[in-house]
Design a protein around this ligand. Structure first.
Ligand SMILES: NC(=O)c1ccc[n+]([C@@H]2O[C@H](COP(=O)([O-])OP(=O)(O)OC[C@H]3O[C@@H](n4cnc5c(N)ncnc54)[C@H](O)[C@@H]3O)[C@@H](O)[C@H]2O)c1
Length: 372
């Protein structure tokens, strides 16, 4: 096994690519970013300059030919995750794939299968597994602080994403539920110790952004687990005031809750405004909640450090393609449930679905998927 820092290449050069590059710099001991590939030459070069990344490519396939690069992170639109993962694995390199893992369940299967065959790791980038405040809540739960935990909720809400492709449900695989619900689904399942999932029920609407998208911008999802516990996943692209990311945990002997951003923030009032408060905040004037150490509080640097350590065999991988596949199945079930107004029992793995949201947009398809 190779030694020293894991050499990393990043695909993409915008929002999440910046977070990956910055995260590797915040915790620099295990890995270093040596290359970036993005089709927009200006963007890629600017990002390389900003982060001191020496090699720049416009075609990621060219980056895959670099023999010293061991791990590639994918921060491209969802529809591209599967092909990129397959190409990376075939080049013999480890993968870090952003959420959601992909768009279809067939893609998830193929991604996992190819990585297994090629002997490379498929790391699924769910940073909530590394968010310090949420990890603390899980540690307390695992120590028995709350007795038998029967309720876990994760909510993630803002007023909608920054890039156009998110708003095209076929490109993204869905709306707010696919984009943000993937975090909550993975979180509640992981928090409860990865129990079997019995059923999924969801209500979805397009409340505010009907002029911009056919996707859901407001979703509520209830997940019923084999052990009787309930997971609640609440998502919105129709919530003003910047990013909201919260959890609630209830058990027979206690409870806890956390507000990822505001709990770490400085309650601030400013007539004049200032440079930056928090992700997706539209303004810094009036009352705001500016965060500090934003990426660290999210867990991104810890996540990337873990993936690099997993590549070196120093830690067992805790967030792999299998997590992403569970999420994908719940996304399918949630969209089908919202279409039909009924609980969907798992396993639910209909074949030939081109995107999870098509099950919501086409109730006949959802019925057929249920074998009706
Ligand atoms: N973990 C999180 O909290 C989180 C947050 C934001 C985004 N994401 C995920 O990260 C991914 C990227 O989202 P984003 O917000 O950075 O989007 P973005 O629109 O800001 O950036 C997308 C990037 O992909 C690049 N790209 C497009 N086509 C490409 C191709 N063929 N080859 C190589 N690069 C290509 C674009 O040039 C751009 O740099 C998505 O899957 C998204 O869901 C995760």
């Amino acid at each position: 096994m190779a030694k020293g820092k894991v050499k990393v290449g990043i695909i993409g050069s915008r929002f999440e690519a910046d977070i990956h590059a910055e995260s590797f710099k915040i915790l620099p001991d295990e890995a270093e970013v040596v290359a970036i590939a993005s089709p927009t030459p200006g963007n890629a070069a600017a990002m390389a300059k900003r982060h001191g990344i020496p090699r720049v490519f416009t075609d990621y396939r060219e980056m895959l030919k670099e023999p010293d690069i061991e791990m590639i992170t994918i921060t491209a639109p969802n529809r591209l995750h599967a092909q990129m993962t397959i190409d990376i694995a075939n080049a013999g390199k480890h993968v870090v794939c952003e959420k959601p893992l992909c768009v279809t369940l067939e893609e998830a299967d193929e991604m996992i299968d190819v990585c297994n065959r090629k002997g490379v790791l498929l790391n699924y980038a769910e940073e909530l597994f590394f968010t310090p405040k949420y990890v603390k809540a899980k540690e307390m739960a695992d120590q028995g602080a709350f007795g038998r935990v029967h309720y876990v909720k994760q909510a993630e809400k803002h007023f909608g994403p920054h890039s156009d492709w998110f708003w095209d449900p076929q490109e993204a695989g869905g709306g707010a539920f696919a984009d943000l619900g993937c975090h909550g689904i993975a979180f509640v399942w992981w928090f409860l110790g990865r129990p079997g999932i019995k059923s999924v029920y969801a209500q979805m609407n397009t409340q505010v952004h009907g002029d911009r998208t056919e996707g859901d911008d407001e979703t509520h999802c209830i997940i019923e687990f084999d052990n009787g516990a309930i997971g609640i996943v609440e998502n919105s692209w129709a919530t003003r005031g910047g990013m909201h990311d919260t959890i609630e945990v209830r058990g027979s002997h206690g409870l806890t809750s956390a507000d990822l951003h505001r709990g770490n923030a400085l309650p601030t009032y400013s007539e004049n405004g200032f440079a930056y408060a928090v992700e997706k905040a539209p303004s810094t004037k009036g009352w705001t909640y500016p965060v500090f150490d934003e990426l660290y509080n999210y867990g991104f640097p810890q996540e990337m450090q873990h993936f690099a350590r997993a590549v070196r065999g120093k830690e067992a991988p805790i967030c792999t393609g299998e997590v992403g596949r569970v999420v994908q199945e719940v996304l399918y079930a949630g969209y089908a449930s919202a279409a039909l107004g009924q609980k969907i029992h798992l396993p639910f793995r209909p074949k030939g679905i081109t995107s999870p949201i098509s099950l919501w947009k086409n109730a006949d398809l959802a019925r057929r998927a249920l074998g009706k």
